[in-house]
Design a protein around this ligand. Structure first.
Ligand code: FES
Length: 574
């Protein structure tokens, strides 16, 4: 235990212990310090990750909590994943961060780990790592930004970034105005303050029982956030003493509770991919069909953008995830365990119902929106599944039939979407392919813009279909995560301009209205796109699984599947 855990291999254990203590002495630690349980603190601070700019202070709060509880805190840096500054997409590096964090947890001596994450892919990567390392782990998120305002309108990243940019594209905001808006969208440290991927994963992590109760929504700049850090430090020491590992804490109950919360917050479609990846690491059963089944019985309760109108600070003031879960109590499995050492029933025992003065958390019998905030689609265009965020879609477009306009890649979209010669009408179905996990690391390219010509005519939404993801802050009638992806020969690869595509989201169907024999002729002519020839991108292309399997690596799951998702058939069979 402690600093003697996992000794460095010098062929002499006594010497290894001696040397380790000699070097730790150089950092000021004495024998008393080195007899304590060690809590590693995985720090994803980076100047590139502006969302984490308050993290150094948060790490100090965690250290204080660890010391108070009698542990020895040791901070270690890991790579960071700045959503906005990484190219081509942070998702390409989620599994790299997961792998790095897992190996650092396993290779360095620690009895527990506190994971400091926040910006989109950092939290799922850290949870995947914690599950695989199976060391007692507490996740503490950076917390959301506070809102800004422009001309009296409250603004937040990044739903309003997209809305304002769409107005600029449509000619409603000039250069000076969009410049002013730019300064009002991200006003403090912290993660995007709408129910985007970061906020969704924060809520889902608390629902999983892996973050201290009430900590998901506290703004980055608040004292609540620092207290979250201190309590996480104390809990990590207790978890180390009780050997409360993810393998003993996580269960099918905790996973289905997390999916229930995901639906109630109208959360990001990205959380589907991440939860499937986390579940895949546990070996517990969770499939796309579970998301569909749970979505059908859980209404939208939380009024946050993009599904609603509020922001994370409103949700925090209303009581955050504990009050939300209290509201959802009849739909939850209260036997799930939590990082506090008890059950969800224990956690919720002292929580008061949602106060009447607030409107951010709605009651079950008076929800903000109907069940099925997210829906799973299947059909000959997505045999292994696709998803759509119904709570952020245009209701009239959720049943739609139209001719395809096909883009070969995200770069092709950039090149041609505003081309005046593009043969396109508001009824067209925009298809983007070669943006899946193997082809491109699954960028958030799925909610690409309505062509400028149509935007200027007042068209704000069109049906879009892709094997990409979209930002949790986006909205629109956007079908995502089509599996198998085009690059491994999924039917999306066979679509041609003018083919009629039928979306019937209420029925859960996505259909390419082209005869089977024609599709077979096209398949005989199809060739895969060139694969990357070196480095991480080559490893990714060779090992990443499809979206229904969480786009994790085959080599990182407990029982390696041995081949890429598309070749093993439906992810739901696993
Ligand atoms: Fe970091 Fe949105 S860009 S959370």
């Amino acid at each position: 235990m402690g600093v003697d855990r996992g000794l460095t291999s010098y062929g002499d254990e006594g010497f290894s212990r001696f040397l380790r203590r000699a070097f730790l002495a150089s950092a000021g630690y004495d024998a008393d310090d080195l007899d304590r349980p060690v809590v590693g603190i995985a720090d994803t601070s980076s100047d590139y990750t502006t969302c984490h700019r308050e993290m150094p202070q948060l790490a100090e709060a965690v250290k204080r909590g660890v010391l108070e509880a009698g542990g020895l805190p040791l901070v270690f840096p890991t790579m960071s994943l700045p959503e906005i500054l990484l190219s081509p997409t942070s998702m390409l590096f989620r599994n790299l961060l997961a792998m790095e964090t897992e190996e650092l947890i396993k290779a360095q001596p620690m009895d527990a780990v506190v994971l400091l994450g926040g910006c989109d892919k950092t939290v799922p990567a850290q949870l995947m790592a914690a599950v695989s390392a199976d060391v007692p782990a507490v996740e503490v998120v950076a917390g959301p930004m506070l809102t800004g305002s422009w001309r009296g309108q409250r603004l937040g990243a990044c739903t309003d970034c997209r809305g304002m940019w769409a107005r600029h594209r449509a000619g409603e905001l000039d250069e000076a105005e969009i410049g002013d808006v730019r300064s009002a969208l991200a006003t403090t440290g912290g993660t995007c303050m709408v129910m985007g991927t970061a906020s969704t994963m924060a809520c889902v992590t608390e629902a999983l029982g892996l973050s201290p109760a009430g900590t998901a929504t506290a703004p980055a700049a608040s004292g609540d956030r620092l207290r979250a850090g201190t309590s996480a430090g104390r809990l990590a020491v207790a978890a180390a003493r009780d050997d409360l590992r993810p393998s003993t804490l996580l269960s099918r109950a905790s996973l289905t509770n997390a999916v229930t919360v995901l639906m109630a917050v109208g959360g990001s479609t990205n959380a589907i991919v991440h939860l499937l990846a986390i579940a895949g690491r546990t070996g517990l059963d969770l499939t796309l069909d579970d998301f569909d089944a749970i979505a059908r019985r859980v209404p939208l309760l939380v009024d946050c953008k993009p599904s609603g109108s509020g922001y994370l600070e409103d949700l925090h003031r209303a009581g955050g995830v504990p009050v939300l879960m209290k509201t959802l109590e009849p739909l939850l499995d209260l036997s799930a365990r939590t990082i506090e050492g008890g059950t969800l029933a224990d956690r919720l025992a002292g929580v008061e119902p949602a106060p009447s003065w607030q409107t951010t958390i709605r009651p079950l019998d008076e929800p903000l929106g109907p069940p099925r905030a997210l829906a799973v689609l299947r059909g000959n265009l997505a045999p292994d599944g696709a998803v759509i965020k119904l709570s952020a879609a245009t209701p009239e477009l959720t049943v739609h039939e139209g001719p395809a306009v096909v883009f070969e890649s995200p770069e092709d979209v950039t090149r041609r979407i505003d081309d005046p010669a593009l043969d396109i009408t508001p009824d067209s179905v925009l298809v983007l392919r070669n943006a899946g996990p193997v082809a491109a690391g699954m960028p958030e390219a799925g909610s690409f813009p309505v062509p400028r010509r149509l935007a200027q005519q007042g068209i704000r939404d069109m049906v879009r279909v892709s094997d990409a993801r979209m930002s949790g802050t986006s909205y629109g009638t956007v079908v995502l995560h089509v599996a198998p992806e085009a690059a491994v020969g999924g039917p999306l690869a066979l679509v041609e301009d003018g083919d009629v595509i039928r979306l019937d989201a209420p029925a859960g169907e996505l259909t390419l209205l082209v005869p089977d024999d024609v599709l077979e002729q096209r398949r005989a002519r199809w060739t895969p796109p060139p694969a990357p020839d070196r480095g991480w991108r080559r490893l990714n292309a060779e090992h990443v699984l499809q979206a229904p399997q969480g786009a994790d690596f085959d080599t990182l799951r407990p029982a390696p599947q041995g081949s890429r998702g598309a070749r093993t058939g439906s992810g739901d069979e696993e």
